[in-house]
Each structure stands twice: as structure tokens, then as C-alpha cells.
Ligand binder design. Structure first.
Ligand SMILES: CCCCCCCCC/C=C/C(=O)SCCNC(=O)CCNC(=O)[C@H](O)C(C)(C)COP(=O)(O)OP(=O)(O)OC[C@H]1O[C@@H](n2cnc3c(N)ncnc32)[C@H](O)[C@@H]1OP(=O)(O)O
Ligand SMILES: Cc1cc2nc3c(=O)[nH]c(=O)nc-3n(C[C@H](O)[C@H](O)[C@H](O)COP(=O)(O)OP(=O)(O)OC[C@H]3O[C@@H](n4cnc5c(N)ncnc54)[C@H](O)[C@@H]3O)c2cc1C
Length: 662
């Protein structure tokens, strides 16, 4: 059996799709998740979870209020704490994240920032002594932490953060203070009600000198009573577009005293007498953000996949309309428009995940290098992850929304759960750096790279930048995916140079650097997007080329073909400067035939992600494909259906209708 999710009693339309799959889904899972060992561990963890009934949702999540969602995730966390060590290797971050996804889903929970930002901040920013004091406690979950940086008035411009941490040598204490309303910390996940500790980012002040944003370990609540400590105002910021199982919070300090050794001092220090030692790199304190950005291609890829699992499975059981055979309606997945809507997103999801593996590894390596005093890789990774987080979050949003529409009316129902996936994923366009802002960060790096080429210093170009120095060449589109890479290189190179030239010309015409930058900004963001999409395409092709299993490689090459054709057409206006409109027409034909080629493997390609029904929380996307029965059962569970006549009918509608009858 090649597709391992074939089960007796499943919807025969899905079983038929699974039989058609030309590759082993367990083998594909090993490729997706980086190793056979981890793919097996994922399945084992999922299996173990299913044997603990208390870890199941106590009722459909979409029918819960916000308070119920928060309470439900806390209940599950307490059940998990009894089983933690049997379920996972607690030192393995990927296993922990898989466990959280399975049990708690994507709407957030008390530990959502603890694992992703609080612990990583301690790992990267606390010195050995501080790690000795707090890291073990954090890892054992004796305390719950979050990352409190953004303020009501400033999230992007960190240099303008208003919260101050003023050092007084006489008492060897910092005083944390929130001088204005706009200085309130605002947004941090799990801050409002769950966390009792936070890594707080504040402007360090010593003897009236402002040293800028620095991280501090701050206790917020009493460990026994969980009440906020004196001098601390903390609470929940209210409901959001999605992610409502999380208590994103606000936080204010009123002259709150903090011992000197609570400033995280791995890289910068304040001595007892107030002497300040600056870090080896000005932006080293930003590492927690780089850490999360380096994970985002993976995380967003998985968000997109969740929506695609739902849409592709549903499209294989939804029958509507006719093609050749007028005796039976077709699966909507057979419509070319449906394939065009979904398959390029499947390709992007695979590509994002492969990129994610690469950037996670780059971050881990950087962490080691920085610990050894080498900060030279920081700018490269900052630029790469800034562009990548922006492109993947935007394209994931587009892909999920298309997946929702591909499910027709039922896609709009919370039974599909796609709107929740969309709401959570789209947050990524804003958090960890607003997308436009991050594209402009990459653009700074691109402009500098062009300046290196212009001044004859091409040898100093960073990784992935050499193409900026290469001349345009003839493109032979018949030579395989590499030809499409060349199209992207041409388009990206031209746009990067064009935007840089514009910026330089505006400065030469007398505009200040900042004004010239702003007047070139749209062109600069376009350059960043093209550069990043080139990186994604190259990584995808590189990863697929390295695969040895023949059947896996074959289907992934089919997927690469969908990707490269779709991507080049999608940048048609830029590509037209390098390929003719006749060539674009032939790319169009190739795209349509590549959709056809992929069609038999579509369900197996999304099944390979092995996302459990529990994690998916979708009635439409369940593995068994019994959409209509499941949908009806789900609707019956609606709180509105627990009584035939609602009190509001008796109170308002009936009297109104009765009155109208008189
Ligand atoms: C499953 C559940 C899931 C769901 C889980 C959900 C979890 C959600 C968690 C969300 C958490 C958050 O959002 S936490 C908050 C995140 N906040 C942010 O990301 C804020 C975004 N802002 C920033 O990062 C910065 O302020 C930035 C925009 C870069 C501007 O900073 P500055 O003004 O200090 O710097 P600039 O003057 O612009 O740049 C100076 C130089 O520093 C470089 N530089 C800037 N940042 C750098 C960095 N990190 N590493 C190296 N170098 C850096 C620039 O490239 C410049 O280089 P040169 O060009 O060479 O000079
Ligand atoms: C779901 C979610 C979770 C979050 N979790 C956390 C958390 O755990 N901890 C935490 O500290 N924060 C958190 N945040 C806050 C988040 O990091 C910030 O909202 C984000 O960095 C954007 O900053 P901002 O809100 O100041 O946006 P703004 O900067 O005000 O953006 C508004 C507009 O201004 C534009 N803009 C701003 N500056 C520039 C510029 N220099 N050039 C061009 N355009 C510009 C932007 O592109 C955007 O269009 C979270 C946010 C969300 C939505």
C-alpha cells in the first residue's frame, strides 16, 4: 500500500485517489520532515496522543467561546504535564512543537510564546549564570514566560520604545517604568493572563544616557497566587481576528524595581558601578526575532498545507457537474480551474518547508558562531529571513484563501476550519516584523550588494548574491527547471539594479538618503520579493535534485514543474523583458500539462504531511472523507440547536409577529 492512510470504510472516492498515488507516503513524509527517524517519531507521538482520551477536544472547537478555548487548552496542558516524558524527548524542539500542534492546534495557548520566544531568548541572551538560574525552571515549565517587546505606540521602530530600565548604582537596581499610555507593552502572546515571567525589552538608561533596546528577565506575577506583583499592570488586549485561544496582553510598570543581574547579560553588560559594555554586534539583542523568522517558512508552509489537506480531500469527494461521462457527476478536483487553484499552492508549501529546514539550520549554526564570538553571519541571515518571512506569509495567505474558495459554500463554514487557519496564518504578515518593513530590510542588503558590484568588490558578495554580478544570457527554456531559475535571476537582477539606480539617482538629484529611500521603496520591495522567490525556487530544485528514491523524486519533479511554470507566469511582467510572449504561451501550455500530470498524486501529496484529524479540526478535511454525514453531525452540535425555540424568539420575534397579526 503506497498511501498509508487507506482505511476500510473511508469514502470510496478518497480510497480511489489513494490507490492512484504512485509513491509511498511514509517515504514522502521522511523527505518532508527531514529524516525517516523524525517522520516515524511524529507518527508515534500522534499515536500515543490518541491513546490518551483526555487530550481530545471536549467539544467542537468552533462552538467554544474564547474563555472556553483558553480553559480547554489549560486543561489539556495539565493532562500533558502528566505524560510529557513518555510522549516526547523533551530536549527535542521539533517533537515538542509537533506535540503542541497535535494537542492544542493553532489558536494559541499558555505556552505558545514560552517555547518559541521565551526559552530561545534565555538561550541566546542570558549568560551562563543566568541560564543556570532560569533556563532549567523554564524548560521544566515551573514558570511560564513570554516575550514582551511591542508597545501600543511602537512595534516596528524599536529605537523608539518608551519603556525605560534605568540603572541606579547606589541600589544596584534597575527601575522599569512605563512613562506614557503608548509605552504600555501591547500584543505579546500569553502575556495577559498566563505568563508569570517575561523577557521584557526596554530602553536601557544609565546616568541619563540612553543605550536603546535591551532584554530583561522580569517576574510579573506572584508564583503562589499568580496575582500581578505590586508596580505591575497586566491584562488581556481583547478578541482578535483569530488566535483567540491566546491571551495576547498589555503590560505597564510603575517604578518597578529589578535586581541588576536581571538584565540578560550574555552580550552586553552593566557593572555594579554602572559601567556599560556594548555587545559585539549592535543588533545581537534582536536574535529572538531572527529565531522566529527563521522558523516561519516551515510554520507557514504547514499552515498552508493544513488548508490544502482540507481543500484537496474535499475536492476529491465533492461531485458537481459533468465532463465526458454524463452518467455521473465529476469530482471537482478534475476541473482544470480547481487544479490551477490548488496545485501551485501544494508546490509552494513543499518549497517553503524545504526552505524552512535550511533557515532553521542556519539559525542554529549562527547561534553557535555567535557564542564563539563570530557575528559575521548575522546580516546575511537577517536579510534572508526578513525577505522569506514576508514572501511566505503573503503567499500562504493567498493560498489559504484560494483553498477556502475551492471548497465553495462549505469552505465558508467554520466546519471547514479554513477561516481560522487563514486568520492565524495571516497574522504572520504582521508579527515578527511587518512585511513591507522586512522587505525593506532585505532591500538594504540588496542595495549594498549592488554597490559592491559597482565598486568592483564582487568577491565580497554574500551567499546567494553572485547572480547580481552576472551578465544576462540567452535562455533556453527547453533545458529544464534551471532555465526557469535563469528567468528569475534575470528578472530579480534587473529589478534590484533598477531600484538601486533609482535610489542613487534621487540622492544625486539632491534628495536626502531617507527621502530618496522612501521614494524608491515600492521598487525596492519588488526587488526583495523577486530575490526571495528566486531563493525559494533554487532551494526547492536543489532539495529535489538531492533525493535518491526514484518514485519520490519523480513526483517531486512533477511538483517542481508546476512550481517553475506557475512562478514564471506569475511574474510575467518582469519575465517579459527576458522571454518572448510566444515563450510565455508555451510555458502556459506546460503548466496545464503539468497540472494534469500531478492530478493522480494530489491526494497522496497532501496525505504525506500526515496531519491528524485531531490537529486539523476540520469536518470537511477529515481523513475518512465522509463529508456530508460529518457535516450534519457537526451542525447538530451547534449550541443554537440544543433547543427548538430560542429564548430570543419568545422574547422578541414572536411578540413582534403577533403584534403584526393584529
Ligand atoms: C503554531 C503557532 C504559531 C503562531 C505563533 C505566533 C507567535 C507570534 C509571535 C510574535 C512575536 C513578535 O511579533 S515579537 C515582536 C517582533 N517585532 C519585530 O519584528 C519588530 C520589527 N522591527 C525590527 O526588527 C527593527 O526595529 C528594524 C525594522 C529592523 C529596524 O531596526 P533599527 O532601527 O534598529 O535598525 P536599522 O537602522 O533599520 O538598521 C540598522 C542595521 O541593522 C541591521 N539589522 C536590523 N536588524 C537586524 C538583525 N536582527 N540582525 C542583524 N542585523 C540587523 C540592518 O540590516 C541595518 O544594517 P545596515 O543596512 O548594514 O545598516
Ligand atoms: C498575532 C500577533 C502576535 C504578536 N505577538 C507579539 C509578541 O509575542 N511579542 C511582541 O512583542 N509583539 C507581538 N506582536 C506585535 C508585532 O510584532 C507588531 O505588531 C509588528 O512588529 C508590527 O509593528 P506595528 O504594530 O508597530 O506596525 P506599524 O509599524 O505601526 O505598521 C503600520 C504600517 O506602517 C508601515 N510602516 C511602519 N514603519 C515603516 C517603515 N519604516 N517603512 C515603511 N512602512 C512602514 C507598515 O508597513 C504598516 O503598513 C504580535 C502581533 C500580532 C498581530
Amino acid at each position: 500500500m503506497l498511501n498509508k492512510s487507506i482505511m476500510d470504510g473511508d469514502n470510496p472516492d478518497l480510497t480511489e485517489e489513494r490507490m492512484k498515488g504512485a509513491f509511498d507516503t511514509d517515504k514522502m513524509a521522511a523527505v518532508i520532515y527531514g529524516s525517516e527517524k523524525f517522520a516515524i517519531r511524529r507518527r508515534e507521538i500522534t499515536e500515543s496522543i490518541s491513546r490518551i482520551p483526555q487530550l481530545a477536544d471536549s467539544k467542537p472547537f468552533s462552538f467554544m467561546t474564547r474563555e472556553e478555548k483558553i480553559s480547554e487548552s489549560c486543561r489539556k496542558l495539565s493532562v500533558l504535564s502528566e505524560h510529557w516524558n513518555q510522549l516526547i524527548d523533551t530536549n527535542n524542539e521539533e517533537e515538542a512543537l509537533h506535540l503542541y500542534r497535535e494537542v492544542l492546534g493553532l489558536e494559541g495557548h499558555a505556552f505558545s510564546l514560552h517555547e518559541t520566544m521565551f526559552i530561545p531568548s534565555l538561550v541566546a541572551q542570558a549568560n551562563d549564570e543566568q541560564q543556570e538560574k532560569w533556563l532549567g525552571r523554564a524548560k521544566r515549565r515551573e514558570i511560564i514566560g513570554c516575550y514582551a517587546q511591542t508597545e501600543m505606540g511602537h512595534g516596528t521602530n524599536l529605537r523608539a520604545l518608551e519603556t525605560t530600565a534605568t540603572y541606579y548604582p547606589s541600589t544596584q537596581e534597575f527601575i522599569l517604568h512605563t512613562p506614557t499610555e503608548t509605552a504600555l507593552k501591547w500584543w505579546p502572546g500569553a502575556l495577559g493572563k498566563s505568563s508569570n515571567y517575561a523577557v521584557v525589552v526596554a530602553d536601557l538608561v544609565i546616568r541619563d544616557t540612553h543605550y536603546g533596546a535591551h532584554p530583561f528577565m522580569v517576574q510579573l506575577r506572584d508564583e503562589k497566587t499568580h496575582n500581578p506583583l505590586p508596580g505591575i499592570t497586566v491584562g488581556d488586549i481583547g478578541p482578535k481576528m483569530a488566535f483567540n485561544g491566546a491571551d495576547n496582553g498589555f503590560l505597564g510598570f510603575n517604578q518597578y524595581k529589578l535586581p541588576r543581574d536581571h538584565m540578560l547579560m550574555r552580550h552586553s553588560r552593566v557593572e555594579e558601578n554602572g559601567t556599560y559594555t556594548k555587545p559585539p554586534h549592535a543588533k545581537i539583542g534582536y536574535s529572538s526575532m531572527v529565531k522566529v523568522r527563521s522558523r516561519m517558512a516551515m510554520d507557514q508552509g504547514l499552515f498552508m498545507v493544513s488548508a490544502l489537506v482540507i481543500a484537496v480531500r474535499y475536492s476529491a469527494v465533492r461531485r458537481q457537474g459533468f465532463l465526458d461521462d454524463k452518467s455521473r457527476e465529476v469530482k471537482v478536483l478534475d476541473y482544470q480551474t480547481q487544479q490551477h487553484r490548488l496545485f501551485p499552492s501544494i508546490a509552494r508549501a513543499y518549497a517553503f518547508i524545504f526552505c524552512g529546514f535550511e533557515t532553521i539550520q542556519l539559525y542554529d549554526q549562527l547561534l553557535i558562531d555567535v557564542k564563539n564570538g563570530d557575528t559575521s553571519g548575522m546580516s546575511d541571515l537577517h536579510a534572508l529571513t526578513s525577505g522569506l518571512k514576508s514572501v511566505v506569509t503573503h503567499q500562504t495567505g493567498e493560498g489559504i484563501e484560494q483553498a477556502r474558495m475551492a471548497c465553495g459554500g462549505h469552505g465558508y463554514s467554520m466546519a471547514s476550519y479554513i477561516s481560522e487557519i487563514y486568520g492565524v496564518a495571516i497574522g504572520g504578515c504582521t508579527y515578527e516584523g511587518e512585511n513591507m518593513v522586512m522587505l525593506l530590510q532585505l532591500a538594504r542588503y540588496l542595495v549594498k550588494s549592488v554597490e559592491l558590484v559597482k565598486t568592483g568588490k564582487s568577491k565580497e558578495l554574500g551567499p546567494m548574491m553572485n547572480y547580481l554580478a552576472e551578465p544576462d544570457t540567452q535562455i533556453d527554456l527547453t533545458s529544464g527547471p534551471e532555465a526557469y531559475v535563469k528567468v528569475f535571476q534575470h528578472a530579480a537582477r534587473r529589478q534590484v539594479w533598477k531600484a538601486t539606480d533609482k535610489f542613487h539617482q534621487l540622492m544625486e538629484s539632491g534628495q536626502s538618503r531617507d527621502i530618496a529611500w522612501n521614494n524608491s521603496a515600492v521598487e525596492l520591495t519588488r526587488a526583495s520579493r523577486l530575490h526571495t522567490r528566486l531563493y525559494i525556487m533554487e532551494t526547492f530544485i536543489r532539495r529535489v535534485s538531492s533525493i535518491s528514491d526514484v518514485s519520490i523524486k519523480k513526483v517531486l519533479i512533477d511538483l517542481v514543474n508546476v512550481h517553475v511554470n506557475y512562478e514564471v507566469l506569475d511574474i510575467g511582467t518582469y519575465a517579459l523583458e527576458h522571454v518572448s510572449s510566444t515563450q510565455l504561451d508555451s510555458i502556459r501550455s506546460q503548466l496545464y500539462s503539468s497540472l494534469d500530470t500531478l492530478r493522480p498524486n494530489a491526494v497522496s501529496l497532501i496525505d504525506s504531511f500526515q496531519i491528524s484529524d485531531m490537529q486539523l479540526r476540520s469536518v470537511l478535511g477529515r481523513r475518512d472523507g465522509h463529508v456530508y454525514t460529518n457535516l450534519f453531525e457537526w451542525a447538530k452540535a451547534s449550541p443554537l440547536n440544543q433547543t427548538h425555540v430560542l429564548p430570543s424568539v419568545n422574547q422578541y420575534l414572536k411578540p413582534m409577529m403577533d403584534k403584526a397579526k393584529l
